[in-house]
Unconditional design. Structure first.
Length: 385
C-alpha cells in the first residue's frame, strides 16, 4: 500500500466534526494526517491538537489546493455543506472521501455527488457505522444460518426522543434505512403517514414544514412517522418514530428481524448484544425467552496504533470505515458503506414524505429527485403570495 496524505474538513459551530470523524485516519498504517480546515479559529486550533495535523486552514478550498490530500474526511453533520465540499475534493484530485451522514439534503444532490465521484473514480464511504459494527454482522450471520427461518419483516425504531418524527428520521433514521437495505436489498416502494399530534402533518389542521432547533439539517415534517417499505423476496420493512411518553429514555433505537421461525434484534449502538427469539412472534405470557448473544470483539486493524485511552464509542467504527476506504482505493472496489448505499437510504426518507403528501404508495427509485418538503414550502409560499 502506498502512503496516503489525509486532510480533514470541519466547521465548528455548523456541524462541527460529526461523531469524531476527524480522528478516523489517525494511527492508520501508511497515513499522514497533514491538515485541518475550519473557518472558526478556536475550533481549528482544538482540531489541530486532537488530530496532530501539521497545518490548519480557514478555507477548505485552500487546504485542497495547497496540500493535495489523497483522502479526505468531510466531518460536518449538516448535509447542506456536503455537496460543495465533496465536489471541490473531487476536482482537486482526492482519491477517497469519508463523509458524515446523511450524504446530502435531497436525492438530486446525491445524484450529482455520485456522478462526480464515478467520473473520477473517487471512492466514497459514509459514516453509517452499523455496516462494520459486530452486532449487525452477528445478526446477519444468524439470519443466513436460518435461525429465524425465512426473513419476512424488518422493524426499525428511532430514538423517539425530543427529536421524534421527521428530525429523528433524518438524523438517526438514515442509519436504520441503511440497515434495512443491508439485510433486504433495495426498497421497491414506500407507503407512509406523517402526523403532528393527532393531525395530518402538512395540512391546514396540522403543522407545516419545520426546522431543527439546534442543527441546520434542512426542512422537517411531523413528530410521528410510520412508514412501510417493500423489498424483494416478500420482505416488508417498517420505520417508526413517535414522541415517547418517557422522552426516549427507553432506548427504543433498534432493529428487529422477524422470520417464519424466529426473531433477531439488536440496538443500533456500538456495543449492543444480539438477542434471538426461537419463535416467530412475541406472545404475552409465553414460555419462549429471548437468548442473548454477545457479539465478537472488534477486530484489530492491521498496522494501526492501539486505540487511545479516551477513545469514544465511535472510534472503532470510524477507524474500520477509514481503513476499508484505503483498501477500496487499492483494490478498486466499492467501500463497505458506499455512497450509493447512503444515497438509497436518503431516498427512502424522501419517499416517506412523497408518499404521505400524495396520499399514495410511491415507487422507488423516485422519479422526482427534488426534496418533497422543499416543494411543499414552495407551494405554500406561492399560495400566500
Amino acid at each position: 500500500m502506498k502512503r496516503y496524505r489525509a486532510g480533514i474538513i470541519g466547521h465548528t459551530g455548523r456541524g462541527n466534526y460529526g461523531h469524531s470523524l476527524d480522528l478516523a485516519f489517525g494511527g492508520l498504517l501508511n497515513v499522514d494526517v497533514v491538515a485541518v480546515a475550519d473557518s472558526d479559529e478556536a475550533g481549528r486550533s482544538r482540531a489541530l491538537q486532537r488530530t496532530g495535523a501539521a497545518e490548519g486552514y480557514a478555507r477548505y478550498t485552500e487546504l485542497l489546493e495547497r496540500e493535495r490530500p489523497d483522502v479526505l474526511a468531510v466531518c460536518t453533520r449538516w448535509p447542506d455543506q456536503h455537496e460543495a465540499m465533496i465536489m471541490a475534493a473531487v476536482n482537486a484530485g482526492v482519491k477517497g472521501i469519508f463523509c458524515e451522514k446523511p450524504l446530502a439534503s435531497a436525492p438530486e444532490e446525491a445524484d450529482r455527488i455520485l456522478a462526480a465521484c464515478d467520473a473520477r473514480n473517487v471512492k466514497l464511504t459514509i459514516a453509517h457505522h452499523n455496516r462494520v459494527r459486530p452486532a449487525p454482522r452477528a445478526a446477519l450471520r444468524l439470519v443466513q444460518e436460518g435461525a429465524i427461518g425465512r426473513l419476512r419483516v424488518i422493524r426499525a425504531f428511532g430514538k423517539s426522543d425530543r427529536r421524534s418524527g421527521g428530525e429523528d428520521m433524518l438524523v438517526l433514521g438514515t442509519h436504520l434505512m441503511d440497515l434495512m437495505r443491508h439485510f433486504a436489498g433495495d426498497a421497491r416502494w414506500c407507503s407512509a403517514r406523517v402526523t403532528y399530534g393527532s393531525n395530518e402533518a402538512g395540512t391546514d389542521e396540522g403543522t407545516g414544514v419545520t426546522y431543527a432547533e439546534k442543527e441546520e439539517i434542512g426542512p422537517l415534517l411531523g413528530d410521528d412517522v410510520i412508514a412501510s417499505f417493500g423489498f424483494d423476496n416478500g420482505v416488508t420493512g417498517t420505520f417508526e418514530s413517535t414522541r415517547a411518553a418517557d422522552g426516549g429514555a427507553g432506548d427504543y433505537y433498534h432493529l428487529e428481524l422477524c422470520g417464519t421461525a424466529g426473531m433477531v434484534a439488536f440496538r443500533a449502538s456500538p456495543g449492543s448484544p444480539v438477542w434471538h427469539l426461537p419463535a416467530p412472534f412475541v406472545v404475552p405470557g409465553g414460555d419462549v425467552q429471548w437468548v442473548r448473544h454477545d457479539p465478537p470483539a472488534w477486530p484489530e486493524v492491521p498496522g494501526a496504533t492501539p486505540p487511545p485511552a479516551d477513545a469514544n464509542a465511535f472510534f472503532h467504527s470510524n477507524r474500520a470505515l477509514a481503513a476499508d476506504l484505503l483498501e477500496a482505493i487499492e483494490e478498486d472496489r466499492p467501500t463497505v458503506s458506499d455512497g450509493r448505499d447512503a444515497a438509497a437510504s436518503l431516498e427512502m426518507i424522501s419517499a416517506v414524505y412523497a408518499s404521505h403528501l400524495s396520499g399514495e404508495r410511491v415507487a422507488l427509485p423516485l422519479l422526482e429527485r427534488t426534496d418533497p418538503l422543499a416543494r411543499l414550502e414552495q407551494r405554500a409560499r406561492a399560495t400566500v403570495g
